[in-house]
Design a protein around this ligand. Structure first.
Ligand code: AMP
Length: 281
């Protein structure tokens, strides 16, 4: 497995594989890898010939008061995970952007609500770094997790709007046996926070089960969801059109229930499909 530490090294590595007729696959991450990340490697692996995992805690997607400095890091452990999942290269640069970097990629609309409401610069940071990673690697396929549903929809729109020559592979949310969505930030939870954090997925399944039982009123669904949720502070709890991310009053189409909540200073997010499935196109 190759360790690439500069943007130029990634481009040279990817060019060499493409020149040899190989399809490059990419899984962008911020590291501290867990089984959710590994599932994306396993999804991408058979869809490409040369698989690279990027590990970069991207300052552009953190707000001033957020946890950039304390985001968990463990490159040695991450290399072990990548090695065990047949990864060909890890791209772990200390700097991602040239000093005169001047471009921001902004997706309008989809980025305004949900996480974008409380993290106004977050998605510009995501789309800018993802666009740069696509450019550096010229990857043919790239895998993203449904754990970050809004991010997945935003990246999908960017790829469509800018006709980027990459096929996105969506990966289902990987959960702990008790239902907590895996996240690099889970390591920060105290025992009590971890126990109460479980109510995120419980609240979402309460809503999904009610929809399956015939309830369609978003107001009533969210009331039931909130009753099941135990958090220090709820950032948002919404049921939206799965693709457009617009709030619904009635679940009458593919929809997504999404929640973000704080446990102490740790912000966790989770989401679940409710109603009919969204066909992936
Ligand atoms: P992150 O390192 O948190 O930026 O995540 C990198 C990629 O892994 C993103 O596409 C995430 O959506 C995905 N991911 C993170 N956690 C999970 C999970 N529990 N299940 C599936 N994918 C995940």
């Amino acid at each position: 497995m190759d360790l690439l530490t500069t943007p130029d090294a990634l481009t040279a590595w990817a060019d060499a594989h493409r020149d040899a007729g190989r399809r490059v696959g990419l899984v962008p991450t911020m590291g501290f890898l867990h089984d959710g990340h590994a599932s994306l490697m396993d999804l991408a692996r058979p869809r490409c010939d040369a698989l690279v995992i990027s590990i970069f805690v991207n300052p552009l997607q953190f707000g001033a008061a957020e946890d950039l400095d304390t985001y968990p890091r463990d490159l040695k452990g991450d290399l072990g995970v990548c090695g065990a999942h047949g990864v060909d290269a890890v791209f772990a640069p200390s700097t991602m952007y040239p000093s005169d970097f001047a471009t921001t990629v902004h997706v309008e609309g989809l980025t305004g609500g949900l996480c974008g409401a409380s993290r106004p610069t977050h998605f510009d940071g995501v789309t800018t770094v993802v666009a740069r990673l696509f450019g550096l690697s010229r990857c043919a396929v790239a895998a993203f997790g449904e754990k970050d549903w809004q991010q997945l929809m935003v990246v999908r729109r960017m790829v469509r709007d800018l006709a980027m020559p990459v096929t996105l592979i969506p990966g289902p949310i990987v959960r702990e046996p008790d239902g907590l969505a895996m996240s690099s930030r889970n390591v920060r939870l105290t025992g009590d926070q971890r126990r109460r954090g479980l109510t995120l997925s419980r609240a979402l399944t309460t809503i999904r089960d009610a929809v399956d039982g015939g309830e369609t009123s978003v107001e009533r669904l969210l009331t039931r969801g909130r009753e099941a949720l135990d958090a220090d502070r709820v950032d948002y709890f919404q049921i939206v059109d799965a693709e457009r991310l617009t709030p619904l009053t009635v679940v009458d189409r593919p929809a997504r229930a999404l929640v973000a909540a704080f446990y102490g200073s740790t912000r966790l997010i989770d989401n679940l499909a409710v109603g009919p499935d969204l066909p992936w196109t």
